[in-house]
Ligand binder design. Structure first.
Ligand code: HH2
Length: 275
């Protein structure tokens, strides 16, 4: 099986739609717990222009505890079975066994928010399955990450971490051309950390791999608008920040509101190409 480089499969800009099969995700928790509803949502997001749909069974919202293997499998496997390969899927998991089942059921990308720190078997599953891999930066764990995040220089620290995880993934047999990197917006970061990472996103691009960003509906967007309490940002703020990230070099956008991002990125792409 020949797998094209990730830059070819997900050319810049590409949109990945989010379907959380969870009761507690900050953005869409509880809406797609029913496998039929989740599969219908995945089909809708694909039809709206998502190249891939990222299916996740475990919420990583701040404070969450994580769930066991059986529970995670019970959430995501019925959704992938219903899709039956009709929609290209990315699996949002840090568990090797969940990734293995998802790849068997046709998933093409493993999105690991722990960047291979959660399960020592995961790299091998990705390598032998011929899958793409997203490595994301997170400070601490979802339970603790927002308590008091500190960095010497957030951009330098995130770049050094991702560079080290990239090297590890390659040493475990995942070809570099199948890997993308993600600064992990909101994962152990203050509002200022998130803004600085996005403003200096080009530095992350200098690691030589496509950059994926998950900005969509994150709570720092609500804080920017002066809303101190909302757990989720608005669609308009998400799109605005995505366009800025695109201008700074981001390639892949993990979003909940697919149509809005696809249209806005198409306009931005045309404008960038026009001068
Ligand atoms: N953000 C979330 C989950 N997975 N994966 C990557 N690569 N990058 C991200 O920024 C990212 C991610 C959190 O968002 P969401 O899935 O909407 O919420 P929850 O974790 O509560 O399910």
């Amino acid at each position: 099986m020949t797998v094209p480089p990730i830059e070819e499969y997900l050319p810049r800009p590409s949109v990945i739609g989010v379907v959380n099969v969870t009761p507690d995700s900050f953005s869409d928790g509880g809406r797609f717990l029913d496998p039929d509803a989740a599969a219908a949502r995945a089909r809708q997001l694909h039809a709206e222009g998502a190249v891939l749909v990222d299916v996740g069974g475990e919420s990583t919202r701040p404070g969450s505890e994580g769930i066991g293997l059986a529970e995670e499998l019970a959430r995501v496997v019925p959704v992938l079975e219903r899709l039956g390969g009709s929609v290209p899927v990315s699996i949002d998991t840090s568990k090797a066994e969940v990734a293995r089942r998802a790849l068997e059921l046709g998933a093409v990308l493993v999105n690991d928010v722990t960047a291979l720190r959660g399960d020592p078997e995961l790299a091998g599953v990705v390598a032998s399955g011929g899958a793409y891999l997203c490595l994301m930066h997170m400070l601490g764990t979802p339970r603790t990450m927002q308590l008091d995040p500190r960095y010497d220089d957030v951009v330098a620290d995130v770049c050094a971490f991702l560079d080290e995880r990239l090297e590890l993934a390659v040493s475990e047999g995942v070809p570099e051309e199948r890997i993308c990197l993600d600064p992990g917006i909101g994962f152990g970061k203050t509002v200022e950390h998130n803004l600085e990472l996005l403003a200096r996103l080009d530095e992350l691009g200098s690691l030589g791999r496509p950059v994926l960003v998950g900005i969509s509906r994150k709570r720092f967007l609500a804080r920017i608008l002066g809303d101190q309490d909302s757990p989720a940002g608005t669609t308009a703020a998400s799109v605005g920040a995505a366009i800025f990230a695109y201008e700074r070099g981001a390639s892949i956008f993990r979003v909940h509101d697919v149509r809005e991002h696809v249209e806005a990125l198409a306009a931005a792409r045309a404008l960038v190409g026009a001068h």
